[in-house]
Write a protein that binds this ligand. Structure first.
Ligand code: PRP
Ligand code: URA
Length: 209
């Protein structure tokens, strides 16, 4: 069953408020995006299947749960999604990492693809797709289209801030994926920026403006 989960943990809320603050500089912004990536990853991976495996402690052997079967791939949407990757990898260090490069045209707001490199056997993996911002939804929809065309069926999209417009568009285009949202904001402005949002996530992570 696919689902939409809006985070309600106070730690995530607090860190997102710090991210929004225009006085938060690059170093702290980057650290916060990574921390939120980890906290959201913890929620998003809550349903990973486990299996019972024999474990021998110094006292006795018993059957204990271990993560089972399907392997993970983390596929950030460049650039800004990169900022969340290390937080997720702190939880699942053996996950493979792919990249999808998309940029939004400043005038039309349409996404354009410029790079893609995915792990082998991506169709057999659970794919976690992080991007801090879900605005019109165009970039996320295109990234999921692409991943699905490679045969992936188990997809978890994670964003720190979503606009209702983008969340609705993504749900409509891809009703079969799981979507994890840190904060559902109010609306998009005329430049298709999320209000109140946090500004341009990529520029704030990489200090490019
Ligand atoms: C931002 C953001 C998303 C996209 C969201 O990336 O990281 O990928 O915009 O907007 P949408 O939902 O309207 O498609 P941007 O295109 O600015 O590229 P960048 O990460 O390289 O800065
Ligand atoms: N991309 C961003 O980085 N921020 C927005 O508010 C919208 C798209």
């Amino acid at each position: 069953m696919s689902k939409v989960v809006i985070m309600d943990h106070p730690l995530i809320k607090h860190k997102i408020s710090l991210l929004r603050d225009e006085t938060t500089g690059t170093k702290d912004f980057r650290a916060l995006v990574e921390e939120i990536g980890m906290l959201m990853g913890y929620e998003a991976l809550r349903d990973l299947p486990t299996e019972l495996v024999a474990v021998k402690s110094p006292v006795a052997e018993s059957m204990q749960p271990m993560i089972r079967g399907k392997k993970l791939a983390v596929v950030p949407i460049l650039r800004a999604g990169l900022g969340m990757v290390n937080g997720i990898l702190a939880l699942v260090p053996n996950a493979k990492v792919g990249h999808i490069g998309l940029y939004r045209d400043e005038v039309t707001h349409e996404p354009h693809e410029y790079y893609c490199k995915l792990p082998e056997n991506i169709d057999q993996r659970i794919v976690v797709l992080p991007d801090p911002m879900l605005a019109t939804g165009g970039s996320a929809i295109q990234a999921v289209d692409f991943i699905k065309a490679k045969g992936c069926r188990n997809i978890k999209f994670m964003c720190i801030i979503a606009a209702p417009e983008g969340l609705n568009a993504l749900k409509e285009a891809h009703p079969d994926i799981d979507i994890y949202v840190g904060s559902l904001d109010d609306h998009l402005n005329e430049a298709a920026y999320i209000v109140p949002g946090l500004g341009d996530a990529g520029d704030r992570i990489f200090g490019t403006k």
